[in-house]
Design a protein. Sequence first.
Lengths: 203, 251
Amino acid sequence: MSEPFSSPTTGRAPSGAESPSIPVPPDQLSQLIKGVAAKDRSAFAALYEATAPKLLGTIIRILNNRGWAEEVVHDTYIKIWRKADQFDASKASAMTWMITIARNGAIDELRKQPANRKAPEDELEQLASKEPNAQSQVEDQQTVNQLNLCLEELEKDRRDMVRLAYLNGWSRADLATHFDQPVNTVKTWLHRALKQLKGCLTS
Amino acid sequence: MTDRDDLDMLAAEFVLGTLDARERATVAARRKSESDLDEMITAWEQRLTTLTDEVMPVTPAPELYQRIEQHIDALDTPRAGANTDSDDKSNVIALHKRLRRWQWSTALASAAAMVLVAVLAFQPAPEQGPQSFVAVFQQNDQQPAFMLSVDLTNRQMQIRPVTAEPMQGKSYQMWIKADSLGPNPRSLGVLNDNLKLERAALRDYDPELLKEATFGISVEPEGGSPTGQPTGPAIHGYLYPIADEGSQPSH
């Protein structure tokens, strides 16, 4: 099949190296977003520098296509520029707000053009070799620990489903194929897992 | 299971990402008018976002930030000529618009723009800001597949193949997508055998919309998409302003 526009990331050297993760204090990020709301370009540049690698990493994991992922990062920062005045630090952390915009953009794109994603072979290994970060960029450490504890309480298959969906952008149909279950069963499992998570996090 | 539980699961799956495109669009529209759904979605975002802690950061290509800045420059520039019917309202606004139009024409020299503000204030505004834009469609990091140039003044466009070549039994189709056009791309037409499209293909679109739009080119069965939506692999591009030397203030 001739697909001149498909661009698998495997085998292509990324044009940027992986950067060390330098957590920026959440307060500082919130301040930068306030600056962006006031159309301050230097705040925008600082916010981009502090957060773009994390957003690109998040989107690449979903789309598995670097060129496509950078387009979604582009869209994400245009949205951040336009919607910064809607950011409410009392409702969400700065990172949560930005990651949400980035993930929504990536998943919308992926659901519209699923054929553009090439599943990497090591996707499941990547999932298995997960190590919790020493320091969270997204939420305070207590929140992170609690989510990890609650995930551990799920059955392994359901935990994998939640993470493959959230982190790697798998659809119900992708999950159904991989776990060899009807789509409706996957939906039921997902709902049980999500309810159990919610119950655990609330307790 | 109560309706409220159902709604919470809809919110959860929206955040998890497992809904299909149509369901996602429906939920995104509903949350605007249903505050309980909106709150449920926000709560799920809070619950799940820490999952991204394990994601390794990846440094973007250095050009990406420049492209974003250029896009913002274009967004923040009022439509050329838009102040003609509001000139009488306020000199301050008119001057502001004139200045911003000028800044746009020299988007890459914004530092210099700050210095020259005082001088510019006494210059007549150029009749027309630069209205030439270009979009590059890349199929990988190295080679552009197509280039699109657009003149917003008369809404003329020209698509030019760079590395793309005609394919046996397939057609290239061009699309436009913008927030104000709804969630789905609209067809601008199928490229002919020479990989060209009629120059007036953008005539129905407002220049402001064009500045914000995403353009896409997809590979379709011969003659174009049978469904009215892109069915094959697609590449995308945005319009970037080209500084128009001819319309810059000469001082």
